[in-house]
Design a protein around this ligand. Structure first.
Ligand code: NAD
Length: 505
């Protein structure tokens, strides 16, 4: 038995419609990154719990009410989920802030927007169609069916837990899959509250959605390698994504990966300067840099470089650091202790590489409005794109400013990284606004805006930023198999050893 301090809230996992502890009885603490204090206990699941969850999801996929539900009923269920998120959004947003330290203004807006994913995929559920396809073989009626892939393992990072669950869960349910979700060990609480307030209330049949909590190397790997899991949808770092993909490959599981980035935000000299300054700031500092699409490389045309940097520093300096639970706070803490150390170590790396720090450059203590895991909004200039600070994902409030000469130079620098998640382009030229996005190797390019996102628009990465797409109509394909059905209307006569028409070996 563990000694449980009475002030800590104790959560349970959700398997087969039941709340329970991990089989081992083990738990771990989850921390408030603003105070650095633990506030809840989370079950530490191992392979035994993952096995129970995957078996429950498999049973729910094969039998019971779920596979018998019509697509229209599934759509209605998704819309019920959406309505319940609307009802409980503010509470869920506060739990997210308590766990990940992101700003209440951002998490609140995310939770207000989140129901749209469930409404949208609820609407799509009964519009998944196969095709009647004419073939070159006479006397055959041929068509395709779109069927759910089966049990899906959904693995989520800490930066926007419920939004990133929604990117996967809504299309998975619409397609008819069942799921086992593993949230980040740093931010499990909001998903467990979501299961209680939303999923239970919506009357989702037992086993359709299961949640196991725990660490990546144990709980996560047990999920990725479980034989009953047909598909893994993963969001997280690129190194972890590569490990997940290779583990999943051993049993030919389908995989979709949403990974890291080092996104270029490109400012041309014909931009509207005030818009571009604001876009650059919100691209990197708004979420304390803890967003996969952070515009962490700011490419500025040399003709406006000095003036632009001056204006950038002047605006960045006004950032109000503080308690993320206050609506007027603009920069909050870094979410996890290892991440805090990582951000500070990248600041040292940049200084040692010869980049010039023109703002911030270290921890932000209480005298700056910060606290335990705060980093000052930091800007480096004189950054060469070959430096590690320009090539590697920091995932913190650290901006690298890189000079470029002309359009060709900007595109070359923008593409010269292993990542390809997103990019920004600031220009008033229609020609540039059309041509530059086509030449950037990234899954999303914003022109004269940054970080805009919608449930209707596909989202995902090129190169080391991922595989597959989330959101929009095409995301549902990630959760579907295509089956070809051949119906012969001819008499089955002739030599049975020799195929008359088929040519497949
Ligand atoms: P992470 O890769 O450390 O962890 C992500 C999840 O994977 C967690 O739930 C973790 O427990 C689990 N995990 C870790 N090792 C595992 C393993 N061996 N097998 C299975 N699961 C394992 O990432 P993080 O630090 O939580 O999140 C930050 C990263 O996520 C950043 O790189 C960021 O760019 C990326 N991210 C990408 C997107 C996107 O949509 N492209 C969105 C948000 C975050």
């Amino acid at each position: 038995m563990q000694d449980v301090p009475t002030q800590l809230k104790k959560y349970q996992i959700y398997i087969d419609g039941q709340w329970c502890d991990a089989a081992s009885g083990k738990t771990f603490e989850t921390f408030d990154p603003y105070t650095g204090e633990p506030w809840a206990l989370i079950p530490e699941c191992d392979a035994t719990d993952v096995d129970r969850a995957c078996n429950a999801a498999y049973r729910a996929f094969e039998s019971g009410p779920w596979p018998r539900m019509t697509q229209t009923e599934r759509g209605r269920l998704l819309r019920r989920i959406a309505g319940l998120i609307e009802k409980h959004g503010e509470h869920l947003a506060r739990i997210e802030v308590k766990d990940n330290g992101k700003l209440i203004s951002e998490m609140s807006a995310q939770l207000k927007y989140l129901p749209e994913w469930y409404y949208y995929y609820g609407g799509l559920a009964d519009k998944i169609t196969g095709m009647v396809i004419p073939v070159d073989k006479p006397d055959h009626f041929t068509y395709t069916l779109r069927e759910p892939v089966g049990v899906c393992g959904l693995i989520i990072p800490w930066n926007s837990p419920l939004l990133l669950v929604g990117f996967k869960l809504a299309p998975a349910l619409a397609a008819g899959c069942t799921v086992v979700i593993k949230p980040s060990e740093y931010t499990s609480a909001s998903l467990l509250e979501f299961m209680k307030l939303v999923i239970e209330e919506a009357d989702v049949p037992p086993g359709v959605i299961n949640v196991v909590t725990g660490y990546g190397a144990t709980t996560g790997e047990a999920l990725v390698t479980h034989p009953k899991v047909a598909k893994v949808a993963f969001t997280g770092g690129s190194a972890t994504g590569s490990r997940v993909a290779s583990l999943a490959a051993a049993s030919f599981k389908k995989v979709s990966l949403e990974l890291g980035g080092k996104s270029p935000n490109i400012v041309f000299d014909d931009c509207v300067m005030e818009d571009a300054v604001n876009g650059a700031i919100s691209g990197i500092f708004a979420a304390t840099g803890q967003t996969c699409v952070a515009g962490s490389r700011l490419l500025v045309q040399e003709s406006i470089h000095d003036e632009f940097v001056e204006r950038l520093i002047a605006t960045a300096k006004t950032a109000k650091l503080g308690n993320p639970m206050n609506f007027d706070t603009q920069v909050g803490p870094v979410t996890t202790p290892p991440q805090y150390q990582k951000v500070l170590s990248y600041i040292d790396i940049a200084k040692n590489e010869g980049a010039k720090c023109v703002l911030g450059g270290g921890p932000a203590g209480p005298e700056m409005g910060g606290g335990k895991y705060f980093v000052q909004p930091t800007i480096f200039v004189d950054v060469d794109n070959k430096m590690r600070i320009a090539q590697e994902e920091v995932f913190g409030p650290v901006l690298s400013v890189i000079k470029f000469k002309d359009e060709e130079d900007a595109i070359r620098i923008a593409n010269d990284v292993i990542y390809g998640l997103a990019a920004g382009v600031w220009t008033q030229s229609v020609k540039r606004a059309t041509i530059v996005p086509r030449r950037i190797r990234a899954g999303t390019v914003w022109v004269n805006t940054y970080r805009a996102m919608s449930f209707t628009m596909p989202f995902g990465g090129f190169k080391s930023s991922g595989l597959g797409r989330e959101n929009g109509q095409t995301a549902i394909d990630e959760y579907l198999e295509t089956k070809s059905v051949w119906v012969s209307t001819a008499a089955n006569t002739g030599n049975p050893f020799i195929m008359k028409t088929a040519t497949q070996s």
